[in-house]
Write a protein that binds this ligand. Structure first.
Ligand SMILES: *Cc1c(COP(=O)(O)O)cnc(C)c1O
Length: 400
């Protein structure tokens, strides 16, 4: 812990225990770095879990938020404001989906909305079942939790009241067998982020597209973590060349301001008729202005080229290290799998050396840094990661 016992005590007395005790207390950020309450600086390799796509304190984001806040901060959805229209049009263009958009404030809400529209669309034809993948993560509210494959976080709240079938992720035959005429929707991540950045093969996504189309079920692709540039493209599933019926997004789309959305193709979008769904804050003017600034900056500064090139650099730096079993994922959204389940120790060592990353599973370190990161900063990460591995899992013969 980098902060005082006094702050620790106040945190524990005032906040619920669901997050445990955080190792660092951050007070400010600049670019790819954050500074803690004691004045120590950290290289941010996790970006608030794939959220801070432009890094911290980016001038374009600060400007967009400030200007919008001074002009109009909130309308509710009783009234229209132009930024929501502009952002929705832009998302339809980027997603290549011929449809419409619903705005909310988080990832779990985006999946709730997608669940509701799929169930409504399937109601008259008796489609009530949902299919999702083992180890998947779709959110913590009860609807999204019901389709979350990670048993440890779902099971304490069962029964969840939905007919959900879980299938092994990546197994096309199991998926095809699970989808029938009563299936309203299939929810899949193009790569499972919380499972440690585990990508699906292109053929799997193609099979998912095919079997859902045959049965009239909605294919919902959860791009909440993978989208908005994480893989060096607007959407990870574009690499498979498929067009889903709905895509859910959140995390990186606001660059740190809470916003989420469902982009759904025409017939599915049409299921949300007046009164069927809503959100007081969804599509809030400040959040929409922030997201437009994120999109604009990614395009103007060619940030996809940056993360794709640096992704190759990362592969080159870690290639051949005997302690690294594999480096999953693309660009700079990576699961660095170790040959031993010591990822938490490595992350603690990294924090001690001024680098923030996390361990979504015992053998995997995840990185999801700002898309604006430089090669010098990435090299600093690689140097410190290798030093941490030397400390925690010294190569045979390297140490007494
Ligand atoms: C983070 C995440 C969610 C949930 O988003 P919240 O904003 O935390 O509700 C859903 N799906 C995926 C794939 C995620 O990574």
């Amino acid at each position: 812990m980098t902060y005082s016992d006094e702050l620790k005590r106040r945190f524990q007395n005032a906040l619920m225990g669901n997050y445990g005790l955080p190792p660092v207390a951050i007070s400010e950020g600049e670019g790819r770095h954050v500074t803690d309450v004691d004045g120590d600086t950290f290289l941010d390799m996790i970006g608030g879990i794939a959220v801070s796509s432009l890094g911290h304190n980016h001038p374009a984001l600060v400007q967009a938020i400030g200007v919008q806040a001074a002009r109009l901060a909130h309308t509710s959805n009783l009234y229209l404001h132009e930024k929501e229209v502009e952002l929705a049009e832009k998302l339809l263009e980027l997603s290549r989906i011929d449809g419409r958009v619903f705005f909310c404030n988080s990832g779990t809400e985006a999946n709730e909305a997608a669940l509701k529209l799929a169930l409504l669309a399937g109601k008259d034809s008796g489609k009530t079942k949902i299919v999702a993948a083992d180890n998947g993560f779709h959110g913590r509210t009860l609807g999204s939790l019901s389709i979350t494959g990670k048993a440890a976080i779902r099971e304490p709240f069962e029964p969840l009241g939905r007919d959900v079938r879980f299938v092994p992720y990546g197994d096309a035959d199991a998926l095809k067998a699970a989808v029938d005429d009563e299936t309203a929707a299939v929810f899949l991540e193009p790569a499972q982020g919380e499972a440690g950045v585990v990508p699906a093969a292109v053929e799997y996504l193609l099979a998912a597209r095919q079997c859902t189309a045959e049965r009239g079920a909605a294919l919902v692709i959860d791009e909440i973590q993978s989208g908005f540039g994480r893989t060096g493209a607007w959407f990870a599933h574009h690499a498979a060349g498929i067009t889903p019926d709905a895509v859910t997004i959140a995390k990186g789309m606001g660059g740190g301001v809470p916003i989420g959305a469902v982009i759904a193709a025409g017939p599915w979008a049409a299921a949300l008729t007046p009164g069927t769904h809503g959100s007081t804050f969804g599509g809030n003017p400040i959040a929409c202005a922030a997201s437009l600034a994120v999109i604009d900056t990614i395009e103007r500064d060619h940030l996809f080229d940056n993360v794709l090139a640096l992704g190759e650099h990362l592969d080159a730096r870690l290639a051949g290290d005997p302690r690294v079993a594999e480096v999953r994922g693309k660009a700079l959204w990576r699961g660095i799998a170790l040959t031993e389940p010591v990822a938490a120790d490595v992350v603690a060592e990294l924090i001690g050396n001024g680098v923030l990353a996390n361990a979504p599973r015992p053998d995997t370190i995840r990185i999801a840094p700002p898309l604006t990161i430089t090669q010098t900063e990435l090299d600093e990460f690689c140097d410190k990661l290798i030093a941490a591995l030397d400390e925690i899992m010294p190569a045979p013969g390297a140490r007494p």
